[in-house]
Design a protein around this ligand. Sequence first.
Ligand SMILES: NC(=O)C1=CN([C@@H]2O[C@H](COP(=O)(O)OP(=O)(O)OC[C@H]3O[C@@H](n4cnc5c(N)ncnc54)[C@H](O)[C@@H]3O)[C@@H](O)[C@H]2O)C=CC1
Ligand SMILES: O=C(O)[C@@H]1CCC=N1
Length: 268
Amino acid sequence: MSGLRISVIGGGVMGETLISAWRASGVQDIAVSEPRAERAAELVERYDITSADAETAVTGANVIVLAVKPHHVAEVAEQIAGSVRSDAVIVSVAAGVTTATMESRLPDGIAVVRAMPNTPAVIGQGMFGVSPGSSVSSEQLDLVVELLEGAGKVAVVDESQQDAVTAVSGSGPAYVFYLAEAMIDGGVAAGLDEPTARRLAQQTLLGASALLAGSEESPAELRRRVTSPNGTTHAAITTFDEQGAGDALRAGVAACAARAHELSQDGS
Ligand SMILES: NC(=O)C1=CN([C@@H]2O[C@H](COP(=O)(O)OP(=O)(O)OC[C@H]3O[C@@H](n4cnc5c(N)ncnc54)[C@H](O)[C@@H]3O)[C@@H](O)[C@H]2O)C=CC1
Ligand SMILES: O=C(O)[C@@H]1CCC=N1
């Protein structure tokens, strides 16, 4: 994409994830604004990008990504309001911050998109839920979708669904890592050394995820095919059910959506 200049405000975990993915997909002109000087220098060195204060970094940028904590989004939007190009598109990845909140801090008519990413974007396997605000042209939405597809898959959803997207895919990688931790602990308790237990868990999660992603069958059917009558899997799943593991996971997903909703009310 020639002539494209991306400015990333906030060089933490998600800012770096996106910078890294876009660098790998060939985006040339990226600027970052990160107040921690050492961290900014690290990103400049690692990705061969430029670093500047927020106002300078957004000057001339076609796409501006706000990757700061939710409670910093409004102040950053106000800070850059006087420096953004009138045809720029601003993409916020902050959980729970609405397009209306951002639009109210920016000049009238500036295009704002809300996107919920996840960390597998760092290896080009992210999942993004994207919702355009009130002033986004179809060309601008297409540009954002194309850019994010450089880091994973994109679903355009109504903004009212963003809390649910956060609860499934935004925070979802953490649920998988939590499962991996428990599988490794269980393997060690059953007699494996830690590196072997880790290797078995890693490849099992990778293989099962690829099977699920490539299959027409439901997760329930794929699970049934592993479960021999009165066999070992049956023993595991019965114990999970007896101990309420499925209900606990569903409650956790609901708590995540509720927290995203809470953030959208007061931003803290
Ligand atoms: N980490 C994740 O898996 C995901 C994070 N998000 C969202 O991404 C956003 C960032 O999250 P993380 O990267 O995890 O947090 P983080 O704490 O790693 O990064 C935030 C960065 O913003 C910088 N910062 C603070 N004030 C700033 C300012 N005024 N101007 C420029 N930079 C400023 C901080 O120094 C820090 O490096 C959050 O809003 C979060 O909701 C969304 C989906 C997934
Ligand atoms: O935990 C959080 O608040 C962020 C948003 C989604 C994933 N991480």
